[in-house]
Design a binder for this molecule. Structure first.
Ligand code: 4NP
Length: 166
């Protein structure tokens, strides 16, 4: 792992299906955590979706309401994950196994698999592999997604913070 510096920030992208519920929530929480610690210049943070259905849209209103209640702003506008992102980012975090597979399917030359991980590898209380898709359900599902991502992004940041050098 190379040192993380202001000149060479660590680039991570959170990826789900629509880029309106799970990955914008992970992005917003992680942005908040690094700002709180004064580390925003050391990370470049983005999110994307493997599908294009919602391109250009802000985060889902239930995701926003859940995040806002906990003091978190979700700034994302949905975009589709593309081949160039495999090269661009240091770490690509898939919310579920279908996203993971769709990301790896883009890697036709098998060059970037080492950068792709499942978000819940970082969840200390994971009882399943996926961050469940909350889109078709009620507010409880969005609250659960927020809790899972709050825990996972905390461990994620702690894992990479040790590589920061001034
Ligand atoms: P996300 O949730 O992948 O967490 O953004 C979804 C958003 C939209 C759809 C599915 C999941 N959809 O089918 O439109």
């Amino acid at each position: 792992m190379k040192p993380i510096t202001k000149k060479d920030p660590f680039k991570l992208v959170f990826v789900c299906l629509g880029n309106i519920c799970r990955s914008p929530t992970a992005e917003g929480i992680f942005l908040h955590k690094v700002k709180e610690k004064g580390l925003d210049n050391y990370f470049y943070i983005d999110s994307a979706g493997t599908a294009a259905y919602h391109v250009g849209e802000s985060a889902n209103s239930k995701s926003q309401a859940t995040a806002n209640k906990r003091g978190i702003h979700l700034p994302s506008k949905a975009r589709k994950f593309e081949y160039a992102d495999l090269e661009e980012f240091d770490l690509i975090l898939a919310m579920d196994s279908e996203n993971y597979k769709n990301i790896l399917d883009l890697d036709t030359k098998d060059k970037y698999g080492h950068k792709v991980k499942m978000m819940r590898e970082f969840d200390p209380k994971a009882d399943m592999k996926d961050v469940p898709d909350p889109y078709y359900g009620g507010i409880d599902g969005f609250e659960n997604v927020f809790d899972v991502l709050e825990r996972s992004t905390e461990d994620l940041l702690n894992e990479f913070i040790v590589y920061i050098e001034d």
